[in-house]
Design a protein around this ligand. Structure first.
Ligand SMILES: [Zn+2]
Length: 440
């Protein structure tokens, strides 16, 4: 039995290239230190792979090693050969593949171990677990995702019959000199192409224009695009145009998730106007109920309110006619979207239209116009009997990504992170087993 072979391989090294000289461990701090020396005979130049001769010295290096059982912190003291290369005519450090090529303080095994953890949790959490700095881990994660993206090709047997395109907000740029001027803020978005049956993001692109969706779709091979039967998009002409152009056999629909977003937007405008009015009238009760932080009491569709909150809500609705009408309009509109057939939907919509006109609430009149404009697309959605669970799930996951430890100001790193966590850009789908032993 050759246990040192097992140990060296587990640490990401080739047993014939190095030898263990010494080790020590401490069971209380769960740490181990292993001294390793490079083999003279096998040493080659890292550039041309010619053998190195005229060895002058050993260079001592300290590396982070992959955890070994209970020893969570493993330090590797590595003596690396330095000698002359006959072809390059230079003094070089001999090749050591187990040193990570860009993060030279760690071994490839440690890097891949941390990399796989970062597919599941934040850099900061992995930093606490391994004792490595968050910044190094962040750089490692970025690099790993870029490497994966380079070699990744979408499989051609994906179930792409049902797709949806969703935009997510990335961050808002606030120029320093116009910090308080909302009109000068620039919102940055990323558009994701989602596969319903896998519930995964397949591709994404920056922005939220026709070009963004075109870029998402054209990353898919033609044969996949031809198999798309149904694609759900936002109420947005650019998206509809791009979807029609690139998915020749697909029906383009506007799905409930996006309609509901717009509907909630209309309600929030009414709430804001009434909030301002209550402030002006010094109406304390209404002011408190209409505060932005109380929005969920008013907007939540399936209400799980305490008796106290329910009582206050009923009181507000008795006092404020506009809020009462707006809430009725929302409840009623959701009931129309629940309809099983297009005939029922049309009938319901006609009635709803009358209610909107009667209410004289401008945000809802605007929303009605949008709905009328995209009515046939919404009807495609009603016919499809799809649910919004997938879009909602992915959007929530991305919101959490934004909140948990990451403030993304760089589109491509945000895009990669979405593909890693909500898509196929990870070791579940890409084979990175040999990254434990080889620098990429
Ligand atoms: Zn050389």
């Amino acid at each position: 039995m050759d246990l040192s072979k097992l140990l060296l391989t587990a640490m990401g090294m080739q047993p014939e290239d190095v030898a263990i000289e010494d080790f020590s461990f401490d069971c209380e701090s769960l740490s181990a230190s292993i001294t390793i020396r490079q083999d003279r005979a096998g040493a080659v130049c890292p550039k041309c792979e010619e053998p190195i001769y005229g060895v002058r010295q050993w260079r001592k290096k300290q590396l982070l090693g992959v955890p070994l059982g209970a020893f969570l912190r493993v330090q590797i003291i590595f003596y690396q050969l330095q000698g002359a290369c006959g072809r390059c005519l230079k003094h070089r450090l001999a090749q050591a593949q187990f040193i990570h090529s860009s993060l030279k303080q760690m071994t490839t095994a440690f890097a891949e171990y941390c990399g796989r953890w970062m597919e599941e949790t934040t850099c900061a959490a992995v930093g606490r677990m391994t004792g490595c700095s968050t910044m190094s881990l962040w750089r490692l994660d970025q690099r790993r995702m870029r490497e994966m993206k380079k070699s990744f090709v979408l499989p051609t047997d994906l179930p792409v019959a049902l797709m949806s395109a969703d935009e997510v907000h990335m961050y808002t740029q606030r120029p320093i000199e116009q910090r308080f001027d909302k009109s000068a803020w620039k919102k940055k978005f990323v558009t994701n192409l989602v596969c319903y049956d896998l519930a995964k993001v397949l591709t994404n692109a920056k922005g939220r224009s026709e070009r963004s969706l075109t870029s998402c779709l054209t990353q898919l091979p033609k044969e996949l695009l031809e198999r798309v039967k149904f694609i759900a998009v936002d109420m947005h002409d650019g998206f509809i145009k791009a979807a029609q152009k690139h998915c020749p056999n697909a029906q383009v629909a506007v799905d409930r998730f996006h309609v509901a977003e717009n509907l909630n937007g209309a309600f929030d405008k009414v709430r804001k106007a009434e909030f301002e009015a209550a402030k002006a009238n010094k109406d304390l009760f209404q002011r408190e109920m209409l505060m932005p932080t109380k929005r969920f009491i008013l907007m939540e569709r399936k209400k799980h309110l305490s008796d106290k909150d329910q009582g206050r809500l009923d009181k507000l609705r008795r006092l404020n006619q506009n809020i009462h009408s707006a809430m009725l309009l929302i409840e009623y509109f959701h009931r129309i979207l629940d309809k099983k057939t297009v005939q029922q939907f049309r009938k319901g919509l006609k009635l709803w239209e009358e209610l909107v006109v009667e209410s004289e609430l401008t945000p809802f009149i605007d929303f009605l116009k949008t709905v009328k404009k995209y009515q046939d697309r919404i009807e495609v959605y009603i016919r499809s009997h799809l649910t919004t669970a997938v879009s909602e799930g992915i959007n929530n996951k991305i919101k959490v990504l934004k909140r948990v430890g990451y403030t993304y100001t760089n589109e491509s790193s945000f895009q990669h992170k979405i593909l890693q966590r909500c898509g196929l850009l990870n070791s579940q789908n890409i084979d990175t087993a040999n990254w434990f032993w080889h620098a990429t």
